[in-house]
Write a protein that binds this ligand. Structure first.
Ligand code: SAM
Ligand code: SF4
Length: 321
């Protein structure tokens, strides 16, 4: 079992399989980065799988594939199947922008994927174009329908931003509710790669707007999920992720692996240790030691609400969110 120095059990690994993306979301990657990690520096699926086995053997119970856009990486379903065949009880999930999902959903489901989180920030084609710098909405919604059809459980992430999509929080929530998909509103997290024009809607403003339409109770946190949950009168539950409140850090159970093999103990901070050398040499003991060291050095909490005014230099497209 992996336990950090604040007695938190770390059993959730988020794996970014590529930092590349076919969208240019304003809050994440508004410009194509100056340089991508060269393809030869990426860990192959065989190398990534070797580390997945180590992580599972050390106590990881949930793996989420993310990116960049994970569906840009060829043979993703084969990688998922390798993990599933090694440990069928693993909770295998993926976060995707869904642009390429329609053609991939059945293969992913057959390979062992259980659940996906899809980013839907708007239901208006022109707003989707403004956010992603591309005409994306039709494909995204078609991807969601196909995922549901093949039996993948779908959750939706929305980042509400003023003067962008904040007027759609009720519409997107209703879209999810009608389809029995849960929604999590993610507070915009400032970072040095995002567009300077973004102004995120904070959770108190979001709740005030939702209260104009619904009655709901505050359920607080649930297990190790970073979401603060609320339940409506009809039983529908929605979540809000509030990094600036940092309450969820107390139960944080996750670490992150980048596509080139950097293991990151906290989304906010720059600290990371590489498993690349050990994995490329097939040195299981050395890679397991790096994993334990990263867990040991996991910080107590993020600093989004901190006093130093610095926003994180970590790129979401590198860490996978
Ligand atoms: N490309 C996939 C997608 O968009 O779902 C997976 C990677 S993306 C980095 C993972 C999540 O991070 C998405 O739900 C996205 O909305 C969220 N995200 C990216 N930048 C963010 C920011 N600055 N603040 C809050 N959430 C952010
Ligand atoms: Fe791509 Fe996801 Fe970042 Fe948008 S949030 S640019 S879809 S990685």
């Amino acid at each position: 079992m992996l336990i950090d120095s604040y007695d938190r059990v770390v059993d959730y690994l988020r794996v970014s399989v590529t930092e590349r993306c076919n969208f240019r979301c304003q809050y994440c990657m508004p410009e194509k980065p100056f340089s991508w990690v060269p393809k030869e520096n990426l860990l192959s699926f065989e190398e990534l799988f070797l580390f997945m086995k180590i992580a599972i053997d050390e106590g990881v119970k949930k793996i989420r594939i993310t990116g960049g856009e994970p569906l840009l990486r060829e043979d993703l379903d084969k990688f998922i199947k390798m993990i599933y065949d090694y440990e069928p009880s693993i909770d295998l999930a993926m976060t995707t922008n869904a642009f390429l999902l329609k053609g991939a959903a059945q293969r992913l489901k057959d390979a062992g994927l259980r659940r996906i989180n899809v980013s839907i920030d708007t239901l208006k084609p022109e707003t989707a174009h403004r956010i992603a710098a591309k005409d994306v909405l039709k494909n995204v919604l078609a991807g969601v329908e196909e995922a549901r059809r093949v039996g993948l459980k779908v959750k939706v992430n929305m980042v509400p931003m003023k003067n962008m999509n904040a007027d759609e929080i009720v519409d997107v929530l209703e879209y999810c509710k009608e389809r029995d998909m849960s929604i999590r509103f993610i507070e915009y997290m400032e970072n040095q790669h995002a567009s300077k024009d973004i102004s995120g809607l904070k959770s108190d403003e979001l709740l005030e707007r939702l209260r104009e339409h619904y009655e709901f109770t505050d359920d607080g946190f649930d297990g190790s999920s970073p979401s603060h949950y609320y339940t409506m009168k009809d039983g529908y539950r929605f979540g809000i992720i509030e990094p600036y409140a940092d309450d969820f850090c107390k139960k944080c159970n996750r670490i992150r692996l980048t596509a080139e093999g950097n293991l990151i103990p906290c989304l906010y901070f720059d600290e990371a240790l590489s498993i690349g050398k050990a994995i490329k040499a097939g040195d299981i003991n050395a890679a397991a030691e790096v994993l334990r060291e990263v867990v040991r050095t996991k910080p107590e909490k993020n600093r989004w609400g901190g006093e130093d005014g610095e926003s994180s230099s970590r790129a979401f497209y590198e860490t996978g969110g």
